[in-house]
Design a protein around this ligand. Structure first.
Ligand code: ZN
Length: 194
């Protein structure tokens, strides 16, 4: 199975919702001000009709969805797969994924949401189906939380060997620099010893 066949739009949207709509830390800085509608538009940008449908009435719903998605990443990262699976089943029972084929520019694509669903239930189903498939295809280990200091953003690991540890190259570089400086300090201490 090809990587991009299971890390699909639903998985990527889950990552983005959790990262853009929940407070915490990103790349060493606290995430405080969140422009909810702007963030939602960015996440759903792959689907122009969704972007056009984003409105204030769904803001709280998207924040709640993002918090649920983050909780699922935390559950998986902490090794509590049963809890994560139960959370996903609960969401899917309320917002069932409905697979159907849609022809786009002459090519058939498989979608996982009700064709005529409103914005929030549609994206809820898309995200839940994406994460559920990661668990169901034994790929949940590819869902993680950044291990850099002062960062709790989540990621989906598309690397061949599934060895990713950071949410971004910024966090990876930051961690490398910190380790480098720590080694230099340790070396300086050793040199100065009588
Ligand atoms: Zn990070």
């Amino acid at each position: 199975m090809k990587l991009d066949s299971y890390i699909d739009a639903g998985v990527l949207a889950s990552v983005e919702f959790a990262n853009k709509l929940t407070p915490g830390y990103a790349n060493g800085r606290p995430v405080t001000e969140i422009n909810v509608l702007e963030a939602v538009r960015e996440v759903v940008a792959i689907d122009p009709p969704s972007v056009a449908a984003v409105s204030e009435k769904d803001a709280d719903g998207f924040i709640a969805l993002a918090e649920q998605l983050r909780a699922i990443f935390i559950g998986i990262d902490g090794g509590d797969m049963d809890d994560a699976a139960e959370m996903l089943n609960r969401i899917l029972s309320e917002h069932p994924a409905t697979p159907y084929l849609a022809k786009e520019e002459g090519v058939w694509h498989l979608h996982h949401h009700p064709a005529d669903a409103a914005l929030l239930p549609m994206w809820t189903a898309i995200c839940a189906e994406g994460l559920a498939r990661m668990i169901g295809t034994q790929n949940a280990h590819r869902l993680g939380i950044c291990t850099a200091n002062n960062c709790d953003r989540v990621f989906a690991d598309t690397s061949k060997n599934a060895t990713r540890r950071f949410c971004s190259s910024a966090c990876q570089n930051r961690t490398k620099m910190a380790a480098f400086r720590a080694r230099k300090r340790a070396a300086a201490v050793t040199e100065n010893k009588p």
